[in-house]
Design a protein around this ligand. Structure first.
Ligand SMILES: Nc1nc2c(ncn2[C@@H]2O[C@H](COP(=O)(O)OP(=O)(O)OP(=O)(O)O)[C@@H](O)[C@H]2O)c(=O)[nH]1
Length: 552
């Protein structure tokens, strides 16, 4: 493969320059990455290469224990299934192959692994001027492209992404924030395009479009060693043409001539030309140099070589130059759009009209609580919702002017107070926030406010989305069902054990009887046999006597 001068220029630039321009966070930097792509495109191999370790076993190595073998990477929470959808009700990740039901499609399983990366000056690709900690959440998707109807895969992945937004939204609207709340929104999704050479497929277009509503999507050409240099250039061109033709809103390395510094402009231009990144990954590692290589019958390829693979460059973009940018876009653009849309669709916020359609009763407070959800959908859950506020207002108990909106925030919603609500100051000063996203009304200091606070503090997730509730119910149902089945099996086994014992007893009895019988028979036989011998002997004697007498 021929050298790529662009990538060389970029790698030189980024290595010494702007990759360190990200913000420092108190508890380390949080960063979340999702890998999406058809099975076998190399997601697992990439994840290991990215972390320079062997944390993720391949599908065919599920019994191999995970190990990091990299001192800079620690597993904080081992890989766990976060959501799934399958016809047999078991995550495909966990279900062993069953030849009796090969017709069952694997569905989709989404897993996540929490890791802690320590960056060290001058070491491999995590190098930064000073040691830093990255709280890294890696989400993987298994089963995409293996189903006749891949729609369930899209829906599951997208709804997982949406749930993470909902959780943040719910946390933000709590009066008392949870200081340990973990923001699990996905900052970047790498979409692995199969190296077909024919441009994008419908599946690629559809999923990238849907993902890009919730996260920054970076298309990646997987297994790039399948192409010659010319073929790769052509394929990249085709992919970009398809992205433009079908308006796929992927993350583009854009340049703002007025805002950006020269270095950033140059870097982003180089990256934009290079997109989509074409990577080669490998499992083999040189024990001396620690470098990964892919071995072919005709020789070895160093996958870190910028001239033939964009892997190293991609690592630097993810963990260095664009990490903060990805986070900012997720927070300020994608999440803010989502949040504005969600809150705009809440009918109960219309304080003036007191327009509440459905009510349910909160057992704890015995307050009438409208059960309409934030997104305008309805659910039957008795869990109190945002509409508590409307209900309180409805009763005419107070005329409030309290902002429940969240001011534009830096990143994670770790502030324990909601804007405009001072814990110490019980007398509420009327406050209005002129943000277009804010929904405000005047609140007078009153017991209702305390009540309001109590209600909302008792509600862990006021804005829980329908799907979260449905998913929880489904999991509970599954658990109850498997517990029932287990109980049934235990009973069945116990019954069988009793039956077997009875049979054993019977068999023992029968064999005992038989042995008694055979002893008796044997002794009779013996007796009979003795009689026969006697007769024979006598006969013989008689015969002999007759012979002798004849002789005489
Ligand atoms: N030639 C080539 N093979 C690769 C590359 N990356 C991974 N592979 C191989 O492709 C096969 C599948 O790789 P995985 O990493 O398990 O793929 P995956 O996407 O995780 O697959 P699932 O676990 O089924 O979702 C393995 O044999 C890898 O060694 C690459 O860049 N080039």
């Amino acid at each position: 493969m021929s050298a790529s001068p662009r990538s060389q220029t970029f790698s030189q630039n980024t290595h010494g320059g702007s990759m360190f321009r990200r913000k420092k966070e108190k508890r380390g930097i949080t960063f979340s990455l999702m890998l999406v792509g058809a099975s076998g495109t190399g997601k697992t191999t990439f994840a290991n290469n990215l972390l320079e370790s062997t944390i993720f076993p391949h599908r065919y190595q599920q019994d191999v224990p995970a190990s990091t073998n990299n001192d800079n990477v620690k597993i904080v929470q081992p890989t766990k299934v976060v959501t799934f959808n399958s016809t047999n009700g078991i995550p495909s990740y966990m279900s062993p192959f069953d030849p009796a039901s090969p017709f069952l499609e694997p569905g989709i399983t989404v897993t996540s692994t929490a890791l802690e990366i320590t960056t060290n000056p001058g070491e491999h690709d995590f190098d930064t001027p000073t040691p830093e900690k990255i709280n890294f959440l890696l989400t993987d998707t298994l089963g995409l492209g293996e189903n006749l109807n891949n729609g369930i895969c899209f829906d599951e992945i997208v709804s997982y992404l949406e749930q993470q937004f909902d959780l943040v939204l719910a946390e933000e609207t709590r009066i008392k924030r949870n200081p340990r709340f973990q923001d699990t929104r996905v900052h970047v999704a790498l979409y692995f395009i199969e190296p077909t050479g024919h441009g994008l497929r419908e599946l690629d277009v559809e999923i990238m479009k849907r993902l890009s509503r919730y996260t920054n999507v970076l298309p990646i050409i997987a297994r790039a060693d399948s192409f010659t240099a010319d073929e790769l250039t052509r394929f990249k061109k085709k992919v970009i043409e398809d992205i433009d033709r079908f308006n796929v809103p992927i993350y583009k390395f854009e340049v703002d001539e007025n805002e950006d510094d020269l270095e950033t402009i140059e870097e982003n231009k180089a990256l934009a030309k290079l997109q989509p990144f074409a990577i080669i990954c490998a499992d083999q590692r040189d024990s001396v140099t620690g470098k990964y290589y892919r071995e072919y019958p005709w020789g070895k390829v160093d996958i870190d070589n910028d001239n033939i693979s964009d892997l190293k460059l991609l690592k630097r973009v993810l963990f260095g130059s664009h990490l903060q940018e990805f986070k900012d876009t997720t927070q300020n653009l994608l999440y803010e759009n989502y949040r504005a849309e969600k809150l705009a669709s809440v009918p109960e916020w219309d304080v003036e009209n007191n327009d509440v359609t459905e009510t349910s009763i909160s057992s704890e407070k015995n307050e009438a609580i409208p059960s309409t959800l934030v997104n305008g959908l309805t659910r039957n859950s008795t869990a109190p919702s945002l509409s508590n506020f409307a209900s309180l207002i409805n009763t005419g108990k107070f005329k409030s002017q309290q902002s429940l909106a969240i001011p534009p925030q830096s990143d994670t919603p770790s502030t324990p107070r909601l804007n405009g609500v001072d814990e110490a100051d019980e007398s509420l000063t009327a406050q209005s926030i002129n943000s277009p996203r804010s929904v405000s009304s005047n609140v007078q200091a009153s017991p209702e406010r305390t009540k309001l606070r109590n209600i909302s503090e008792n509600i862990p997730y006021m804005l829980q989305h329908d799907r979260i509730v449905a998913r929880k119910q489904k999991l509970e149902e599954l658990e109850a069902q498997s517990a029932k089945e287990l109980q049934k099996r235990i009973q069945e086994l116990e019954r069988k054990a009793v039956e077997l014992k009875m049979r054993e007893k019977l068999l023992r009895q029968t064999s005992h009887d038989q042995s008694q019988e055979s002893i008796q028979t044997n002794s009779t036989k013996e007796k009979l046999a003795n009689g026969a011998v006697q007769i024979k002997k006598e006969e013989t004697y008689n015969d002999l006597a007759s012979i002798i007498s004849k002789r005489d």
